[in-house]
Design a binder for this molecule. Structure first.
Ligand code: UDP
Length: 464
């Protein structure tokens, strides 16, 4: 270790005992995409409410708005990196982002620790920003990994090397519907895989991503009662404490962390609808529909005759289309029965009594936000952890209708009917309300997630 660092670290360490929380700085490292920003800032707010001082380090794109979090310090990592640079793949993007962020993060931490009034600092990083653990380790600082996806999804990542060894990946088409050994209830088709050329690079990246050797703990935005089995397996596999502190949006004070403005006018439209009648549709911040899919979705929704609120994001949010690109005749066909926005206040929408179902890409935040309000789902998963979440929604918690590959208007219409009008959907709504109650207990006083946060705070205070 560099002598200067050693001096700072020793000074910090010696001051930890008996230290007040506000002198203990938590440096949170953000992965700058909406589905990661929301839970990280929610966690930051919870920890701030426990008295810690909060610094958010983030890359220089998709930066959160500091004015909406005046009690946090925001430090951009000047890595000379933007997603506009051309990347061959997600693997390359993540690797370069991690490689380039190392030095600016090291400089930032050294500066923070060098401040006279600073007694100690701990690092909490999004699992995608694994460089932060390596830097914290070099500076001998405690670090904690925060995974913004489910515990089941980490198990999937951990299984890949073994599946590769056994020759089970690349996946053969004939095996798509077969269960994956030791990953019940996932089938091979639920495993997201990159292209074959990219496979080795992806597996290498995953090994950095899953390597938490230097971290003191793992934090998941999940609840014990939702993921008992995956959490049990992870606790057996890892030697560090695992905290399930979610759904964190149910514990955090309300915050605004959207990268774009929310169109709140849809709430007044929802106020005029009958209870449980509206289907809410959003495919998250990074999914887009091509021309054909957009047309099929539009006609599927129109033909369903169900009232609906549809988020059609503009291109800059990853959407491929704007509201102007909807098929001709669609507006006349749906009339007052529909409301379209570019971005919705999703948590408020899902909590509205008029909303009876959610057609979703099944991002983990959307999943938690929906079941947290007792809203059953139509699952249209595309990539990443979405397929794992969809499988849990439809086959474990049984609160979701799976919309299999290919967006065709008849399939959409039929899924809407099953969820919103059939007896099958009634059963799902009942089970979703049971989940809502279960979540209320987990995040309430003495509940497992609240207790987990209290334990995490204790661990942070005692980590050296
Ligand atoms: N979201 C929102 N308004 C919208 C669509 C999405 O506020 O119109 C929020 C949503 O509440 C969630 C996040 O964006 O917190 C999306 O995260 P998720 O993990 O569901 O999906 P991702 O965008 O990461 O694929």
């Amino acid at each position: 270790m560099h002598e200067h660092f050693r001096y700072i670290v020793c000074r910090s360490r010696n001051q930890v005992a008996g230290m007040e929380k506000q002198y203990l700085k938590l440096v949170l490292v953000l992965y700058p995409f909406q589905g990661h920003i929301n839970p990280m800032l929610q966690l930051a707010s919870v920890l701030h409410s426990h008295g810690f001082s909060i610094t958010i380090c983030h890359p220089q794109f998709n930066s959160p708005d500091p004015s909406t979090h005046p009690h946090f310090e925001f430090i951009p990592l000047r890595a000379g990196f933007t997603p506009q640079n051309a990347f061959k793949s997600l693997t390359e993007f993540l690797k370069i982002l991690n490689d380039k962020s190392r030095t600016p993060f090291m400089d930032t931490l050294v500066q923070i620790m060098g401040k006279e009034e600073q007694s100690a600092c701990h690092v909490i990083y999004d699992g995608c920003m694994y460089f932060a653990a390596q830097v914290a380790n070099e500076l001998n600082l405690p670090s904690f990994v925060f995974h913004t996806f489910s515990a089941a999804n980490l198990l999937r990542y951990l299984a890949y090397p073994h599946l590769r060894q056994e020759g089970l990946i690349p996946i053969q088409d004939s095996k798509l519907l077969e269960p994956v050994p030791d990953l019940d209830p996932l089938r091979f088709k639920d495993l997201f895989l990159v292209s074959n050329e990219d496979l080795d690079a992806w597996l290498n990246l995953l090994s950095s991503f899953c390597d938490i050797k230097s971290s003191s703990a793992m934090i998941f935005n999940t609840a014990d009662l939702l993921e008992q089995q995956p959490l049990k397996i992870l606790k057996e596999k890892f030697q560090v404490p695992i905290f399930s502190i979610g759904p964190i949006h149910k514990i955090s004070p309300p915050i605004f962390s959207s990268l774009v403005e929310e169109d709140t006018s849809c709430i007044s439209w929802l106020d005029m609808q009958t209870p449980n009648s509206v289907l809410y549709i959003s495919l998250g911040s990074l999914n887009f529909l091509n021309d054909t899919e957009l047309t099929e979705m539009a006609w599927g929704l129109a033909n369903s005759k169900q009232p609906f609120l549809w988020v059609v994001p503009p291109e800059k949010l990853g959407g491929s289309r704007s509201l102007d690109s909807l098929p001709e005749g669609f507006e006349e066909a749906v009339g007052e029965r529909s409301y379209l926005v570019k971005w919705a206040p999703q948590k408020k929408v899902l909590a509205h009594g008029a909303v009876g179902g959610f057609l979703s890409h099944c991002g983990w935040n959307s999943t938690l936000e929906s079941i947290g309000e007792g809203v059953p789902m139509i699952c249209r998963a595309s990539y990443g952890d979405q397929k794992v979440n969809a499988r849990y929604l439809s086959h474990v918690w049984r609160v979701g209708v799976e919309l299999e590959k290919g967006l065709e208007r008849e399939k959409i219409e039929s899924a809407v009917r099953r969820l919103m009008r059939d007896e099958e959907g009634e059963g799902m709504r009942k089970r979703a309300l049971d989940l809502k109650e279960m979540i209320r207990i987990c995040v309430g006083d003495g509940g497992s997630s609240s207790e987990s946060i209290a334990e995490l705070v204790k661990l942070i205070m005692s980590s050296k």
